[in-house]
Design a protein around this ligand. Structure first.
Ligand SMILES: [Zn+2]
Ligand SMILES: [Zn+2]
Length: 257
């Protein structure tokens, strides 16, 4: 199974996951033009996609959907709560939606998928555990906090794409208004580097070999800062998984599990 991100930050998120005969996207928070270009970089066209999984309805996860679906109607998988909001925001999506409750197991081609609820200020947000029946990858961003549901869902993953959104001190002293700071720091906001480091240690201790730091805030974090905080915690715990920070607005390298 292979994973490549097309974008990963508070400004836009889109991830390609493929197996030998199936390719899907998780989220579509970049323009249709960028989605096409970056699929092309991965030697794929929109017609090669078997579906798009949506984590939740925030703009940084769905902004590309209206134009992309107009030209390339592919099935869109989301929870019932997210589907309701999407049907209102993106009318063209109605015939393409496959609403599935959080916690559902389903298959797209040879990929088996399970969604899991996340603690976030959206209608019905989820992360995804995706397997090709040999290896497991998890997508876990926009977490607010790491709940027992999230920990259960990510357990045993070979590769984990996890959120490292902000440095807490940078956020508190940065340009964001107080109300937005409070939202981000809340249990339904985003994971700090420190919280991400703790999450990374639990994952690596359970055997995850590849950890990808995702959804960084361009204003309140930096790739170097996120990498240092998480790497230090892993080192302290004597754990040595592969660790990478995903680029915000370009194709990542290709990760294979
Ligand atoms: Zn987001
Ligand atoms: Zn969000």
């Amino acid at each position: 199974m292979q994973l490549r991100t097309f974008a990963s930050s508070s400004r836009g998120n889109c991830t390609l996951i493929s197996s030998s005969n199936t390719a899907i996207l998780v989220d579509a928070g970049i323009s249709c033009r960028k989605m096409r270009q970056r699929l092309n970089t991965a030697c794929l066209t929109p017609d090669d996609l078997s579906g798009i999984l949506i984590t939740h309805e925030h703009t940084d996860h769905i902004s590309g959907l209206p134009v992309f679906l107009k030209h390339h109607p592919v099935p869109v998988y989301a929870t019932p709560g997210t589907s309701l909001v999407l049907a209102r925001k993106v009318p063209i999506i109605r015939d393409l939606l496959q609403p599935l409750p959080a916690g559902s197991d389903f298959a797209i081609g040879d990929l088996s998928i399970q969604s899991f609820s996340t603690s976030h200020d959206a209608a019905d947000s989820v992360g995804y555990r995706i397997s090709n029946h040999q290896k497991i990858a998890v997508i876990a961003t926009d977490l607010g906090r790491v709940t027992s549901i999230v920990l259960d869902a990510v357990f045993g993953a070979d590769l984990a794409l996890i959120e490292a959104n902000h440095d807490e001190d940078w956020l508190r002293t940065g340009p964001y208004p107080y109300a937005l700071q409070t939202r981000i720091l809340s249990d339904r906001g985003h994971l700090s580097n420190e919280a991400s480091a703790e999450f990374a240690v639990s994952l690596a201790a359970a055997g995850t070999q590849t950890l990808l730091l995702a959804h960084l805030s361009p204003e309140n974090n930096s790739p170097e800062r996120a990498q240092t905080v998480v790497q230090t915690a892993l080192k302290r715990a004597h754990l040595t998984p592969e660790l990478a920070v995903l680029p915000s607005d370009q194709c990542s390298e290709l990760f294979t599990v």
